[in-house]
Design a protein around this ligand. Structure first.
Ligand SMILES: O=C(CO)[C@H](O)[C@H](O)COP(=O)(O)O
Length: 149
């Protein structure tokens, strides 16, 4: 499984923990950074991750900022990206099973390391259910086209 991960300065420590967690799951992880605590703008890092996931280069993207909100707002501007901000394992499972989410967003200032690890593990372990959910994803795609995304 190939995963691309990035954060801003406010998500750096949690991102590093999640890189380790994903490697323990034997995922191939591409860590985009940043490498220092210097203040950066989360949309720049979301862009790199979302473009790569939308291009099919990675199965999933993971984005961490202070709350996860800015990353999720940005990520959902990209065509083909279904980004989910999760604060529980339940949300992580459901967003894979029902929404086929391909980008997971987390807030370092919101969730602890242990919970974040469980959320990531649940996300990557849960398959999309298809069935009735597929036609809903088709409608999301239609909405993207309608709005010029
Ligand atoms: O959570 C975020 C966006 O949703 C950012 O990480 C947060 O806004 C950064 O704040 P600051 O520049 O004060 O560290």
């Amino acid at each position: 499984m190939k995963i691309i991960i990035a954060s801003d300065h406010a998500g750096l420590e949690l991102r590093r923990e999640l890189v380790s967690a994903l490697q323990e799951l034997r995922a191939e992880v591409h860590d985009v950074g940043p490498t220092t605590n210097a203040s950066v703008d989360y949309p720049d890092f979301a862009k790199t991750v979302c473009r790569a996931v939308a291009a099919g280069e990675y199965q999933y993207g993971v984005l961490v900022c202070g709350t996860g909100i800015g990353m999720s707002i940005t990520a959902n501007k990209y065509r083909g990206i279904r980004a989910a901000l999760c604060t529980s394992e339940f949300e992580a499972r459901m967003t894979r099973a029902h929404n086929d989410a391909n980008v997971l967003c987390l807030g370092q200032r919101v969730v602890g390391v242990g919970l974040a690890r469980s959320i990531v593990e649940a996300f990557v372990a849960t398959p999309f259910e298809g069935g009735r959910h597929q036609k809903r994803l088709d409608k999301i795609r239609e909405a993207e086209s309608e709005n010029g995304r």
